[in-house]
Write a protein that binds this ligand. Sequence first.
Ligand SMILES: Cc1cn([C@H]2C[C@H](O)[C@@H](COP(=O)(O)OP(=O)(O)O[C@H]3O[C@H](C)C(=O)[C@H](O)[C@H]3O)O2)c(=O)[nH]c1=O
Length: 194
Amino acid sequence: MTVGVQPLAIPEVLIVSPDKHDDQRGFLSETYSKPHMAELGVGIDFVQDNHSFSISKGTLRGLHFQSSPFAQAKLVRVVRGAIFDVAVDIRVGSPTFGRYVSKLISADAWNQIFVPTGFAHGFVTLEPQTEVIYKVSSRYSPEHDKGLLWNDPDIGIDWPVSEAEAVLSDKDKGLPMLSQLPDYFHYERSRSKS
Ligand SMILES: Cc1cn([C@H]2C[C@H](O)[C@@H](COP(=O)(O)OP(=O)(O)O[C@H]3O[C@H](C)C(=O)[C@H](O)[C@H]3O)O2)c(=O)[nH]c1=O
């Protein structure tokens, strides 16, 4: 697997671009390699794969995270359609606390986003019938499944969808604002990516 890795403006969040080997039959791509990711500084033991399908364009899932001891790092990719993907730094004491990064992740771009623990994650679909596949580093734990309101004005995410257009779960509509969030994560200087 040869893979390009580019940090976003919050450098712990990475864009991963695996090679795609095209030939007359189609293509093959190593979409994940634990040893290669470790060589790139992303030494994560992912334990679960999720597959989410969204019927409509404008489906917004997030902003979610799991609290300790089930905090999750995520490696997100799109196998059909496209998403505007967002990661919000919620590590108390971080120089980028409350700031976000975003990236278009799509089947056409064949790119992935790595979101470490300490970040709330979400996306909105840019096409109908979008399918997102992602690895997480801790199992699902409903008791530890937490979230942050998608349109918290204190974060000010520039979503490419209006409140009227967004398709949200009732759960996501009632998530707290950043100012109401307990201190789930604390910033550790020069930590390895986790
Ligand atoms: C996340 C998850 C959910 N579920 C069950 C719980 C519900 O019965 C159903 C839908 O769950 P939820 O509404 O939380 O799904 P999303 O809104 O897509 O949540 C995800 O959205 C954003 C993008 C994230 O980053 C998280 O991975 C995840 O929270 O699947 C499971 O059984 N296992 C799981 O790992």
